[in-house]
Design a protein around this ligand. Structure first.
Ligand code: ATP
Ligand code: MG
Length: 326
């Protein structure tokens, strides 16, 4: 069984990424052979960015993933830009991707209206590159947060269309989305997900935030009218905090509601903040150590790229052959 997932190095990674995705990556190391995790710098160029910062963030993200528990001896960890098969397969897959489908993707719609200058073609083609990322490794499972469900659907369509048109070649992958914590919401605007590239500074909790900063963000978290600590469609703020605490404690949301039945919003927010501080503390501490040795991070990414390239090259050889371009 092969697992593949990608994570962007733009901006800084946040609690939503940690709970929705990174936690699953770590667990995937024990279930798959190989599990492959990719820092998708090419995806990060689809919105405005600074080249020097992007390069730095690749190392930051590598160190965060390792601090969270990824072990380069047990998984393949690499930078997308180091393996050219991704971009080649992206182009080849455009032949089996419909523009109507791309146009309907929520991420494209949301991110294109958020652009102040250029709405790049890359933003539209983003899911095709993402399909190439996964399909190049013939991955069976793609651990992602809820927001990526439709992109995985699109890559499944592309793989199926490819197989019908050119003969059985690609594996049709499945999304693996956590049942709780798949969509952590922005603490200031619970109608939105926490996000790397359109951050609301007070609403986004970063994996590397200091305890004081984390507590401040939770104390200021937007809650809803009323005073009961229960999940409800008209209580997205409180529901988000309940889910967060349930995930961190490894218990159910019902259990959290029972425990805090007699508490006030203010006390509950402090309890969640404290739990998050302790949850992220060991990651932040290990990060500082790992990030200090950039040469070692470079070595790990280079080694990961060698392993990844060997796998992707095999798929690409088959794809080229089937498509009549080799
Ligand atoms: P952007 O908003 O710019 O796309 P992002 O915060 O989604 O950035 P990515 O690197 O695109 O960051 O996502 C990495 C992984 O984290 C993906 O699997 C994504 O589904 C997951 N993820 C992102 N945000 C959340 C969230 N708020 N809750 C749970 N999972 C999330
Ligand atoms: Mg994203």
């Amino acid at each position: 069984m092969v697992i593949f997932s990608g994570i962007q190095p733009t901006g800084r990674k946040h609690l939503g990424n940690y709970i929705g995705a990174i936690r699953q990556y770590v667990e995937g190391q024990d279930r798959a052979d190989p599990s492959i995790y990719c820092i998708v710098d090419l995806h990060a160029t689809t919105v405005e960015y600074d080249p020097a910062t992007l390069r730095e963030r690749v190392y930051d993200t590598t160190a965060i993933l390792m601090a969270a528990g990824l072990d380069p001896e047990r998984c393949i960890l690499f930078r997308q830009g180091d393996v050219q098969e991704h971009t080649e397969l992206c182009w080849l897959l455009t032949s089996v991707t419909s523009i109507g489908e791309l146009n309907r993707m929520h991420q494209f719609r949301d991110k294109s209206v958020a652009q102040r200058q250029l709405v790049s073609a890359g933003l539209l083609l983003y899911p095709v590159l993402q399909a190439a990322d996964v399909l190049a490794y013939r991955a069976h499972e793609v651990p992602v947060g809820e927001d990526q469900r439709e992109h995985v659907e699109l890559m499944r369509d592309a793989a199926e269309r490819f197989n019908r048109r050119f003969g059985e070649t690609l594996v049709v992958p499945e999304a693996r989305i956590p049942t709780v914590g798949a969509r952590i919401r922005d603490l200031q605007d619970p109608s939105k997900k926490m996000s790397t590239t359109s951050p609301s500074p007070a609403g986004t909790v970063y994996v590397l935030d200091e305890p004081d900063a984390i507590m401040k963000k939770f104390k200021r978290a937007v809650t809803d009218s009323g005073s009961e600590i229960v999940r409800a469609p008209d209580k997205p703020g409180i529901s988000n905090l309940i889910e967060l605490l349930a995930v961190i404690r490894g218990t159910s949301a019902d259990e959290i509601e029972r425990e805090f039945a007699d508490s006030r919003y203010g006390d509950f927010k402090v309890a969640v903040g404290e739990a998050v501080v302790e949850y992220l503390r060991p990651v932040r501490e290990r990060y500082t150590e790992l990030r200090g040795d950039e040469a070692e991070l470079m070595r790990i990414l280079a080694q990961g790229a060698d392993s990844a390239r060997a796998l992707a090259a095999e798929t690409l050889a088959d794809v080229r052959e089937r498509m009549g371009v080799a």
